[in-house]
Design a binder for this molecule. Structure first.
Ligand code: BEZ
Ligand code: FE
Length: 289
């Protein structure tokens, strides 16, 4: 077709997908084409603005490497990651809600036993975290894999440091015991800034938004026969709970981290500083067959 104009080009671009054999790919491309064209029409996109957009996405790509995923950060800050989480994690009543995965998980974390200290000496206030993993009917889930990661007390993840020879800390993999219980020592999470030294930081500043995430601990929990859960537990006293930079807060995931004065810690050791305790249970839906 020739002489396409602003009114006819969208239908023609979609018609060209007719030969696509992969039905899902065709559905996604058709919708993407329709929405992208509608966006350009709605804002009356200028050629200079379009070129700026291309240059911006190029810069996002250039910022990515094996340690830094600027596209995930872009998706997170636009609210797209949390939208996809919400669409794909409608949990039955009583089950723990999911939230964003984020860019700082690694499969290389070490295995720990229940009760171990996973902090690896990371700066921060000592904290004892424990709870149970169970099914919606209350059955404890034994031997579930509980993968945990968090920023240190300075609000930085181990994988963000460039001067520590790749050392991992404040993360680890545990297994629930026969009663479905997990327990470990770590540090109290603090609010932190998402990385702002790249193109995402640039747009956040230009939009007048702040880059902070409320204090949280990441959990990924897996057990055969149950749906995988990717979630956080937030601190109830955080000032950013209502304005998380990546839209990830669910009120059901906010919990009190209880401050205990110096004395005997939950593991029986003597603590000369205050310690914090978190008791949080996770409920997993059974996997659909
Ligand atoms: C995180 O919680 O680790 C995170 C999530 C999204 C963007 C940046 C960090
Ligand atoms: Fe985080």
């Amino acid at each position: 077709m020739q002489n396409l104009d602003e009114h006819t080009i969208t239908d023609e671009a979609i018609r060209r997908l007719e030969g696509c054999k992969d039905a899902r790919f065709k559905e996604i491309l058709t919708s993407l084409t329709r929405h992208l064209h509608a966006f350009a029409r709605e804002v009356k996109l200028t050629e200079a603005e379009w070129m700026q957009g291309i240059e911006y996405l190029t810069a996002v790509g250039h910022k990515c490497d094996d340690k830094r995923q600027e596209f995930i950060l872009l998706s997170d800050t636009l609210g797209l990651s949390m939208l996809v989480v919400a669409l794909n994690n409608r949990k039955p009543a009583g089950c723990t809600e999911a939230t964003v995965f984020g860019p700082f998980h690694t499969d290389k974390a070490s295995d720990f036993k229940n009760g171990d200290d996973i902090s690896g000496g990371a700066p921060g206030e000592p904290a004892f975290i424990s709870g149970t993993v169970r099914a919606a009917d209350g059955t404890p889930i034994a031997n579930a894999v509980v993968d945990v990661w968090q920023a240190d007390g300075d609000g930085i993840y181990d994988v963000q440091y460039t001067d520590k020879n790749g050392a991992l800390f404040a993360r680890g993999r545990l297994h629930t015991d026969a009663q479905g219980k997990y327990a470990f020592k770590s540090i109290l999470p603090e609010f932190y800034s998402i990385p702002t030294d790249g193109p995402v930081g640039e747009w956040i500043r230009r939009a007048g938004r702040h880059p902070f995430r409320p204090a949280h601990l990441h959990f990924m929990i897996q057990a055969p026969g149950y749906e995988k859960l990717v979630t956080h537990v937030f601190r109830s006293d955080d000032k950013y709970l209502d304005s998380d930079a990546v839209f990830g807060v669910r009120s059901s995931l906010i919990s009190d981290w209880v401050r205990k004065e110096p004395g005997t810690a939950p593991d029986g050791s003597r603590m000369d500083k205050p310690v914090y305790t978190l008791d949080f249970d996770f409920v997993l839906p059974r996997e659909a067959h």
